[in-house]
Design a protein around this ligand. Structure first.
Ligand SMILES: NC(=O)c1ccc[n+]([C@@H]2O[C@H](COP(=O)([O-])OP(=O)(O)OC[C@H]3O[C@@H](n4cnc5c(N)ncnc54)[C@H](O)[C@@H]3O)[C@@H](O)[C@H]2O)c1
Length: 335
C-alpha cells in the first residue's frame, strides 16, 4: 500500500515534532514546514532516521505560494504552526494574530484551492486551544462552553478555530478541530516566553525557587504529550467511520491541578531525580497576577471518549517525572 503523506506545519515545535516521529514510525511520509522561529532542528533529529520518508522545509505559513505548493502534494494536513505564548501576544499582539489567524487562513485557503484541482484531501486537523474558552464558567468545560478569549493569542486562536469550521461548512474542507488543553512533555524547551512546566523544572533544576504569578490557586488541565499523540492516532484510525468534520473535540485529562500543587510536584520530582535535599529549601516566590491569564481549566472529554474511545493514561506525577528525566538528560534544553 502506498504511504500516505502528511504535511505538519509547525512540525519542528514541541507537539509537531512528537507527532512527526510518531507518524513516521506508523509508516507515513512526513513533510514538516516550520520557520524555526520558536523551535530548533534538534527536535526533528530523530526524524531523519526515516529518510527518504521525511522532508523538512524551512519556511513560513505566511508564504502562501509555498503552502499552496506543499498542500497540493499531500494526503493530510495537520496545522500546528503558531506563536503559542499568550504573554508574548500581550507584549506584541500583531505577529501573534498574523501567524495564528491569517496563517491559518492561508493553510485553509491552500487546502480549498487544492480540492478544486485534484482528488480531495483526506483529512485536515487543526490544533486549537482551550484558551478559546477563557476562565471556566462551569466545570468540566465541554465543547459548547462559551468562547471568552482573554488574551490576543486566545482571540486569534478562537478566530482561527471558527474559520476552520466555516471552511468546512462552506467549502466542505474535511477538517477536525482539536481543542487541546495544556500539553507538556519532551521537546518542550525553555524559551524567552516559556510554558509553566519547563519554566518550573528549569528553575528548580538550577536551584532557583519556582516563580508563581498571583496566589497560585489558578488551575490547569495538564495533558502529557503521549496521551495527546494517542488522540491524534485515534482520529487518524477512525475519522473515515465518524461524522466529525467541521466539529471541535476537547483533548485533556478532565483533572485540575493548581499552580501551587504543580510547583510542589516539580520540587519533589527534581529532588528525587537529582538526589538533592530540597525539602523546605526552595519555597515558591509569588509575583503579581498577570492580566490575560485564565484562572480555571478542566476539560470535559466525554465527546472524545464516546466517539474515539480516548482515555488519557498519564497521571501528572508520572508525566512530570518523565519530563524532568528528559530535561535533565538534555541539560536544560533551550530553543
Ligand atoms: N502546548 C500546549 O499546551 C498547547 C495547548 C493548546 C494548543 N496548542 C497548539 O498546538 C500547536 C503546537 O504548539 P506547541 O506547544 O508545539 O508550540 P511550539 O512553539 O513548540 O510549536 C509551534 C511551532 O510553530 C512554528 N512556527 C511559528 N510561526 C511559524 C510560521 N509563521 N510558519 C511556520 N512555522 C511557524 C514554531 O517555530 C514552532 O516550531 C499550536 O498551534 C498551539 O497553539 C498547544
Amino acid at each position: 500500500m502506498e504511504r500516505e503523506t502528511v504535511l505538519i506545519t509547525g512540525g519542528a515545535g514541541f507537539i509537531g515534532s512528537n507527532l512527526a516521529e510518531y507518524l513516521l514510525k506508523r509508516g507515513h511520509k512526513v513533510i514538516v514546514l516550520d520557520d524555526l522561529s520558536r523551535s530548533t532542528t534538534d527536535n526533528i533529529r530523530a526524524c531523519y532516521n526515516h529518510s527518504p520518508h521525511f522532508y523538512f522545509v524551512k519556511g513560513s505559513v505566511m508564504d502562501f505560494d509555498l503552502v499552496d505548493r506543499l498542500v497540493n502534494n499531500v494526503d493530510m494536513v495537520f496545522h500546528l504552526a503558531a506563536q503559542v505564548h499568550w504573554e508574548e501576544s500581550i507584549d506584541d499582539p500583531l505577529p501573534s494574530f498574523a501567524v495564528n489567524t491569517l496563517g491559518t487562513q492561508n493553510v485553509l485557503e491552500a487546502v480549498r484551492r487544492s480540492m478544486i484541482k485534484r482528488d480531495p484531501l483526506k483529512l485536515m486537523l487543526y490544533a486549537s486551544s482551550s484558551e478559546v474558552y477563557g476562565t471556566a464558567q462551569y466545570v468540566p468545560m465541554d465543547e459548547n462552553h462559551p468562547f471568552n478569549p482573554q488574551s490576543p493569542y486566545a482571540a486569534g486562536k478562537a478566530a482561527a478555530d471558527r474559520l476552520c469550521s466555516a471552511y468546512h461548512h462552506v467549502y466542505n474542507v474535511p477538517i477536525i478541530i482539536l481543542r487541546q488543553f495544556n500539553t507538556y512533555g519532551p521537546n518542550q524547551r525553555i524559551k524567552g516566553y516559556s510554558a509553566v512546566i519547563p519554566k518550573f523544572v528549569s528553575q528548580v533544576a538550577n536551584n532557583c525557587p519556582p516563580t508563581i504569578y498571583g496566589d497560585g490557586l489558578q488551575t490547569k488541565d495538564f495533558h502529557y504529550i503521549d496521551d495527546l499523540i494517542g488522540a491524534y492516532s485515534l482520529i487518524i484510525d477512525k475519522w473515515a467511520d465518524l461524522d466529525l468534520f467541521g466539529r471541535a473535540i476537547n483533548f485533556g485529562t478532565g483533572r485540575e491541578t493548581s499552580i501551587n500543587a504543580l510547583a510542589d510536584i516539580v520540587i519533589e520530582t527534581v529532588a528525587e531525580q537529582t538526589g538533592r535535599d530540597l525539602k523546605g529549601k526552595l519555597k515558591p516566590i509569588h509575583l503579581p497576577k498577570r492580566p490575560g491569564e485564565v484562572m480555571r481549566f478542566t476539560a470535559d472529554i466525554s465527546l472524545a471518549k464516546k466517539c474515539l474511545g480516548f482515555t488519557p493514561k498519564t497521571d501528572i506525577r508520572e508525566g512530570i517525572a518523565k519530563y524532568t528525566s528528559w530535561f535533565l538528560k538534555e541539560g536544560s534544553p533551550a530553543v
